[in-house]
Design a protein around this ligand. Structure first.
Ligand code: WTA
Length: 628
C-alpha cells in the first residue's frame, strides 16, 4: 500500500494486519466504490439470497423517501438463519452466552433456527400478523434475539425498548407504536440484583389498551403476577407448537423494525428500518470493518435495546454466519476484571464497546486486564461518542497489547450501520473515525451549506443515500423530511459537528442539537426536562450536558420551583430519583441547581447555551436575544 506521511499522531497497521485483511488495499476500493456506488452495492447484495431480485438498486424518484432494491423479495431472517441450515454453518456456534452468575448457554445456528421457528409459531397462534408492531422489553438473554428474529420472520415489526427505561417511557413507546403484544421476562440480573421487568411491563400495559398479550420469559425466577387471559409463559407456549415455520417472503422495503431514539423534542422518534437495504448495509459494514472470518469470536458488548445491538449483535453477525459472544450482566460484576476474564475464557477475538466503558475500566487500573490472557484479541472497536485520545491509547496498549487496530465507528440509529469508520488496513489517528465507508460521501459544511476549510468546525452531513438508511419516522413522515433533509435539501443532516483534517480524516466533535450523550446513550434535553416538570415541585426546568470524566457528558439541571416549595438537599435527591422513575436511571442529573430565573429569549425560549457557558465560566457569546 502506498502510504504518504500523514499528519499528527498516526498508528500504521502492521504488515501482518494488512496482509490478513479482507481489503488489504483500501485506497483502491475507496476510489472504485466512490465512482461506482450502485455497482458496489449490487455486488454486495448478490452475496445474499433473494426470493426474487430487484429492478433497481436505488430508486431516488421519491427522495428523501429513498428505496433500495426495488421490487425484490427477501427476508432478512432467511439470510440470517434459514440459508445456513443447508451448510456446515448449521452446527456452528451462533452465540456463546454467559449469565451474570456464571451460567452458560451455547446456541448453534441450528438451535437458533428451531427456537425462532417455534416462537414465530407462538406469535402466529396469538394472532400476530404481517405489519403488526410488537414491543420487546428484555435484558441481554438469548430470547431477546429469538424474539426479534421471530417477529421479522413473519413480517411483524419489532420495537425493542431498552430494559433500563421506566414505566412512562415504556408506556409512551408502546402507545405510540400501538403494539398489540409485549415480550418481556420475569426479571433481569444486574449487579447481583434482580430488576423486576414484568412489574414495569404490568404498569405500562395498564396504560396501553392496544396490548392484548404479554409473553414472559422465565429468567430470574422472581415472583410475578400473571394476568389470566393476557399473560403467557414463553416456555409453556413454545412447547405447544411445532418446530417448522415458513419465512414470510417480503418486499425489500418492508419494515423490519422501529427503534425509538431521542431528538430535539420531548417525544422520541421512531426510526424505521427495512429488510433489504438494512440487511446488505449492516452485513457489509461488519464484514469489511471488523474483517469477520470463519473462526472469529465476536463480542459486541452493547445492549440489544440500542441500535448497536440490533445491527451488530443480532443481524449482521448472523448474516455473516459468525460466532458471537453475549454477556448478560454488569461489566464490573462481581469484580472489575469480569470482562477480561470473559475474553480469556472464551478466547474472544474482537471486542466492540463504548468509550465510557473504556474510561470506567481505565479508572480501575491496568492491573485488572493484566491478570488475564487477552492474546486472542486481534481487533478492537469503539462506538457511541468521540473517544478521547487518552482512552484510545489505554485501550490500544492494555487491552489490545499494542497489536490490535481500533475501529472507531461513527454512526447513528438513523444510519443503521457504520458510516465514518476505518477498515483494519487504514492508518489510524486516536480520536478520529477516519473516513466515510465505501461509496459514502460525508462533508462538513457551514450554515449556508458550503464545505468549510480544512480543520474548521461545521455541520456533519451525508451527501448520498446508503442502503441501511432510515426510511422514515414511523407515523411522522413530515418530521422525517424536516428533521433530516430540511436544512439542506437533498442532504442528510446528522446533528453532529465535526471537522476534517488535512489528510481527509473526520473528527466528530459532538451533537449540535439538544441531544445529550450520557455514557453513549442518547437522551433529549426536552425528555429530561419534561420528566422534571412532571414533579409537583417544578415549574420550569432546563438541562444541559457538561463534560464528565467517565460518562462523557453528565446532566446538569436548572429548575424553577413552584410557589410553596423550597430548595433543599432532600428535594434535590427527590428530583433526581423522580427522573429515574419516569424516564430512566441513565438520565439521572448529576446536580440540580435551584434558580430564581432562567435565561430566556424574548420569545420565551430557554437559552441552554447561556446556562452552559455560565456553568463552565466561559463567555456567554451572543446574548442579544436574551430577555433581560
Ligand atoms: C454519537 C449510536 C463520535 C454521535 C451508534 C451520533 C459518535 C450519536 C460515535 C448517535 C463515534 C456515535 N464518534 N461520536 N464513533 N458513534 N456517536 O443514535 O453524536 O445512539 O450522532 O447511535 O452518537 O447515537 P445513536
Amino acid at each position: 500500500m502506498s502510504q504518504q506521511e500523514l499528519h499528527g499522531e498516526v498508528y500504521y497497521p502492521s504488515a501482518q494486519v494488512v496482509s490478513n485483511a479482507i481489503i488489504p488495499n483500501p485506497d483502491e476500493l475507496y476510489e472504485w466504490a466512490y465512482a461506482n456506488p450502485l455497482e458496489f452495492w449490487a455486488q454486495r447484495a448478490n452475496e445474499y439470497e433473494w426470493y426474487s431480485k430487484w429492478d433497481k438498486v436505488l430508486d431516488d424518484s421519491t427522495a428523501p423517501f429513498y428505496k433500495w432494491f426495488t421490487n425484490a423479495q427477501v427476508n432478512i431472517v432467511h439470510n440470517a438463519l434459514d440459508r445456513h441450515q443447508d451448510t456446515d454453518t448449521r452446527d456452528k456456534v451462533a452465540f456463546f452466552w454467559e449469565g451474570e452468575a456464571g451460567d452458560e448457554r451455547v446456541l448453534t445456528y441450528g438451535d437458533l433456527y428451531i427456537e425462532v421457528n417455534r416462537f414465530a409459531n407462538v406469535l402466529k397462534k396469538l394472532g400476530v400478523a404481517k405489519g403488526d408492531r410488537i414491543t420487546i422489553y428484555m435484558g441481554r438473554i438469548p430470547e431477546i434475539i429469538v424474539a426479534m428474529l421471530a417477529c421479522a420472520k413473519i413480517g411483524a415489526i419489532h420495537s425493542v425498548v431498552f430494559g433500563g427505561f421506566s414505566v412512562p417511557a415504556l408506556a409512551g413507546r408502546i402507545d405510540d407504536s400501538q403494539s398489540n403484544l409485549v415480550i418481556t421476562q420475569d426479571g433481569n440480573w444486574l449487579n447481583g440484583k434482580v430488576i423486576d421487568l414484568k412489574k414495569i411491563v404490568d404498569e405500562a400495559v395498564a396504560q396501553s389498551p392496544s396490548v392484548k398479550h404479554v409473553v414472559v420469559v422465565q429468567r430470574a425466577g422472581n415472583n410475578v403476577t400473571m394476568h389470566a387471559g393476557r399473560d403467557l409463559w414463553y416456555h409453556e407456549e413454545v412447547a405447544k407448537v411445532n418446530a417448522a415455520c415458513e419465512t414470510e417472503q417480503l418486499d425489500a422495503e418492508a419494515p423490519l423494525y422501529i427503534l425509538y431514539t431521542s431528538g430535539t423534542t420531548g417525544k422520541p422518534k421512531a426510526i424505521l428500518h427495512t429488510h433489504g437495504g438494512y440487511m446488505v448495509g449492516t452485513a457489509t459494514t461488519l464484514k469489511y470493518v471488523f474483517d469477520i472470518r470463519e473462526d472469529d469470536r465476536w463480542w459486541c458488548a452493547a445492549d440489544p435495546g440500542w441500535v448497536t445491538g440490533h445491527s451488530y449483535i443480532v443481524y449482521a453477525p448472523l448474516l455473516l454466519g459468525a460466532t458471537s459472544f453475549m454477556y448478560e450482566g454488569a461489566p464490573m460484576f462481581p469484580a472489575p476484571d469480569r470482562w477480561w476474564s470473559l475474553i480469556d475464557k472464551y478466547k474472544l477475538t474482537i471486542l466492540y464497546t463504548a468509550p465510557t466503558a473504556i474510561r470506567a475500566f481505565m479508572r480501575q487500573g491496568e492491573g485488572h486486564p493484566a491478570k488475564h490472557d487477552l492474546s486472542s484479541l486481534r481487533l478492537l472497536g469503539s462506538v457511541g461518542e468521540p473517544i478521547n485520545p487518552e482512552a484510545w491509547r489505554w485501550y490500544y496498549k492494555y487491552i489490545g497489547g499494542e497489536h490490535c487496530p481500533i475501529m472507531d465507528t461513527w454512526w447513528q440509529t438513523e444510519t443503521g450501520g457504520f458510516m465514518i469508520t476505518p477498515v483494519p488496513a487504514l492508518p489510524l489517528k486516536p480520536g478520529s473515525g477516519t473516513k466515510p465507508f465505501f461509496t459514502y460521501e460525508a462533508d462538513v459544511v457551514n450554515e449556508a451549506g458550503d464545505s468549510v476549510a480544512v480543520n474548521e468546525e461545521g455541520y456533519l452531513v451525508l451527501k448520498r443515500p446508503w442502503p441501511s438508511m432510515l426510511r422514515t419516522l414511523y407515523g411522522d413522515p413530515e418530521r422525517y423530511v424536516q428533521q433530516y433533509w430540511g436544512k439542506y435539501p437533498g442532504i442528510y443532516l446528522a446533528g453532529d459537528s465535526a471537522r476534517r483534517d488535512e489528510d481527509g480524516y473526520f473528527w466528530i466533535i459532538g451533537r449540535v442539537d439538544d441531544v445529550l450523550n450520557v455514557s453513549g446513550h442518547r437522551l433529549g434535553t426536552a425528555e429530561v426536562e419534561s420528566a422534571l416538570v412532571s414533579h409537583p415541585a417544578v415549574a420550569e426546568a432546563a438541562v444541559i450536558g457538561l463534560p464528565h470524566e467517565i460518562k462523557g457528558q453528565g446532566i446538569h439541571a436548572f429548575v424553577l420551583l413552584r410557589a410553596g416549595y423550597n430548595e433543599s438537599d432532600e428535594l434535590e435527591k427527590e428530583l433526581i430519583q423522580h427522573v429515574a422513575n419516569v424516564l430512566s436511571p441513565i438520565a439521572k442529573p448529576e446536580k440540580i441547581y435551584f434558580m430564581a430565573k432562567l435565561p430566556k429569549t424574548r420569545s420565551g425560549k430557554i437559552m441552554r447555551r447561556v446556562l452552559k457557558a455560565r456553568a463552565q465560566g466561559l463567555p456567554e457569546g451572543d446574548t442579544s436575544t436574551l430577555e433581560e
